[in-house]
Design a protein around this ligand. Structure first.
Ligand code: 5RP
Length: 265
């Protein structure tokens, strides 16, 4: 790995423990004004001090994050379909590598849609983006997207999709947690995995357990959105997630952090 690329990746995945808490906030690129992030600046500002990186589109970077906010940007660079379309897999690269460099992104992210109608195009997009990322020194995060088919999230499918992403050269991969056998998904993927939160779970404890189980199974961290900013206590929630990911707190210990107990760091 070239120095610049390694350096940028180290800004996201903390070298001390090899873990990361990424804040996912790119939902608008196909969902529009998602609940509780209708005004991105308002939602993001209080959370950024607790995020190891934030995943957003260039539109949100420009309008809603101050240039002097010291948070690494993981720039969403794929898109082209909206939630109004049955097939969400028809994506292209929508933001150039040059623009990513200009925005001082620490990484670029795109979705791949394994098994979907536009599987081929999305994988070719990944190959090209990795070539460009290597040239510019920017790591590529491949998101194993499932579109509207949330039931796809089992170890067999996720193992296949994450491995393909790594084989195409993704430097890290975002996927979903699954039970059983998430450890086998991790084992089969030779680059770091970060776990998406998915739709808001019933309780905060459920989301803390998801983060905890992911780390226990070998994930590098989480890239969580709705389970943080749709919580009734978003700052408490991201601090609690940090406690699980970076400080090895149990989900129950992390609940204390959420409820305003002493922050664990
Ligand atoms: C969309 C994404 C989102 O960033 C991802 O879904 C993570 O957010 P959440 O934790 O809300 O699921 O990559 O494709």
């Amino acid at each position: 790995m070239v120095w610049g690329l390694q350096n940028r990746l180290a800004r996201i995945i903390r070298p001390g423990d090899g873990h990361t808490v990424m804040l996912a906030a790119d939902h608008g690129y196909f969902l529009g004004p998602t609940r509780k992030i209708e005004i991105p600046r308002k939602t993001l500002e209080p959370l950024l001090p607790y995020a190891d990186a934030v995943m957003v589109t260039r539109g949100v970077v420009r309008t809603s994050i101050d240039p002097d906010a010291n948070v690494p940007i993981v720039l969403r660079v794929s898109g082209g379909a909206s939630v109004l379309n049955e097939d969400l897999s028809n994506e292209k690269i929508t933001t150039s590598m040059r623009e990513a460099v200009r925005l001082n992104a620490s990484a670029v992210a795109l979705s791949i849609f394994v098994g979907a109608p536009h599987e081929h195009e999305s994988l070719v997009n990944l190959g090209h983006l990795v070539d460009e990322g290597e040239e510019a020194g920017l790591p590529v995060l491949a998101v194993t997207a499932v579109g509207k088919e949330l039931e796809k999230r089992d170890a067999r499918y996720l193992g296949l999709a994450t491995r393909i992403a790594a084989e195409f050269g993704a430097h890290f991969v975002k996927t979903y947690f699954c039970e059983p056998d998430f450890d086998k998904v991790v084992e089969g993927c030779p680059v770091p995995l970060v776990v998406a939160g998915g739709p808001k779970l019933e309780t905060e404890l459920d989301a803390l357990e998801l983060a905890h189980n992911s780390i226990q199974a070998g994930a590098a961290g989480v890239d969580m959105g709705r389970n943080i900013w749709q919580s009734s206590n978003p700052v408490g929630m991201i601090r609690a997630i940090r406690a699980v990911v970076h400080d090895r707190a149990t989900p129950k210990e992390a609940l204390d952090v959420l409820k305003g107990g002493k922050p664990r760091k």
